[in-house]
Every structure is written in C-alpha cells, then in structure tokens.
Write a protein that binds this ligand. Sequence first.
Ligand code: MAV
Length: 326
Amino acid sequence: TAILKGATIVCAFAASTTFAQAQDVTLRGASMFDENHAYTKTLRAFETILAEKYDGNVSFDLNLNGELGDESDFLTFLQQGVAIDYAVMAPSNMASFAPSVPLMDMPFLFRDLEHWEAVLSSDVLKPLEEELLEKADIVVIGYAGGGVRNLLSSAAINNLDELAGHKMRVMGAPIQAQIFSALTAAPSAIAYNEVYNAIQTGVIAGFENEAASIQNLKFYEVAPYLTLTRHSITVRPFVMSGKSFRKLPEDLQAAVMAAGAEAGKIGRDIESSEDGMKLQEMVDAGQVMTNEFEGRDQLLEMVIPVQDAYAADLGAAELLAAIRAK
Ligand code: MAV
C-alpha cells in the first residue's frame, strides 16, 4: 500500500505540473497573399504541426491578403511585438534594423537549387540570425522561399542595352539597388504594395519577382513581359517576434522552433517545386510572355565585385566565402 500511495502522489504531481505549463495561447500571423501562395501554405503547415506538437491549447489568427500591410509593416509589428507574432518575409525588408541580413537575399548568390538548399539546411547563416535577434528582436524559426526571381516589365527586355536605364522597383535594402545599378538599370526602392500602381501609372517600367507572387497578385496585368534573368533563388526567413516568443512557456518555445523548421522545409519544397509550374500556367493563360536574357553570364560577372564590396563593408567577407563554398 505504501508503494502504491507513493506512486499516486508522484502521478498527481506530474499531472498538476503539466497542467500549470499548458496555457492557452493565441498566436497572430500575417501574409500578403491568399491561401494559394506558398508563404500562406508554410504558415498553415506551421499551425498544424505546432498544434500537434504542443500539449496545451494553441490557436492561430492568421491575417491574409495584406490586411496588415506589406512586409515592411510586418517588420515593425514584429519588432515591437504588437499585432503580428509570426510571418514569412524577405531579408531585404529587414535592412532598416539589421543591415547585414539582406546578404542572404543578394541577387546571384546561389548557383542553383542544390546550392541554395545546402546553405539553408546548414547553420552557415547563424551570424545573420544573431544580428536579427540582437538588433530587431526577431527570432528565425525556419527558412521558406525557393522561388526564382526574374524581371517583369511593361516592355520586353532582351539584353544589356535594353536594361540600361530601365526604371525598375527594387526591395528596400541598399544592396538591391547597388546590384541593379551595377547592371546599369535605374532602380528605386518602392513599397511592394505600391508597385502595381507605380507600373500602371508609368512611374516605373517594371520590377523583379518570383512566379508565386506574380501570379497571386496578378502583376502580369500591368507588366506582361518576363525576362528570364533567374537572378535570385529566394531565401525567406520564417520569423517570430522575440517579444512574443519570450512570453511563451518553455515547452511551447521548443515546439515553435521545431515546427518552424519543419514548416519552412515544407514551404521550400512547395515553392521550389511549384515555381516552374506557376510560370507555365501564366504562359499558357497568355498572361506573361517570357524571353531569355542575351548574355546572362555577363550579369553575374558584373555583380560579383558589388557583392564582395558589400560583404567587406559589413565585415562579412568570410561569411560570404562560406556561403559560396557550400
Ligand atoms: C515577393 O512577393 C516575396 O518575395 C516577398 O517576400 C517580397 O517582399 C516581395 O516579393 C518584394 O519584392 O518585396
């Protein structure tokens, strides 16, 4: 009887500890897109996996279709720990807080999908994650992305002559403008949710983007010419606000890290495998007309010194070398 009693006490204690830790939590997410976009699918995968992994009750409130603005707005919310707890977003939208982070998002950084996956499944980007946490209080919980970025414009661009002086929108990180300036284009940083209008009104003649987003937001309506520069394979950190993260019980924090990594991988597989199909769907529907860029290899040569100088300025020359060597 004494042994049994002891066992009962232990069990009761264990049960009450679990109960004390298992709080009800609601996490708020945001996406600029609808349910069909790879980012939204990544966020949904995270929600499902996290709910499975966590013993307590966790629910989700995901705002879609840019209801909370574009990714630059998300950045401010995440940094302050208000309105948004989790999102997938471009490193080049994080430059205002963490200037080194856009290094992982530089055009012409990856040779191919294998190189990109080798980098993302290693820990080579850790120093940039540390900077993001320290300077913006944002935690990287996984990596999504996997779309190939091309030029999209209102008139076809076939070669360097036609790219010269081309008025195009780039993301807010200075390295983006530096790269496209080195290619002799005329880049300007414009908010993503103003791009459609800026092309329609002729303020710019185009921008650069990946198939998933071009299709989701119908940019082809104003810019139907897609030039296959294939200048980036997207790296899109799946992030959580540090302020929100620290409020979670420890077991939920661990589950968030694990679910973020798994959902990120699912998102990468989705976007990289859908990329070509989505492009083809737009071609078949007569929404975009594609063309190769004559002398694409020359572009690569033109940007390497710009990448090197940017990394050297940040004291990140070794990091860049490590990424290239993967
Ligand atoms: C695409 O919609 C995505 O890569 C997104 O993460 C970027 O913020 C956006 O393009 C952009 O160009 O700003």
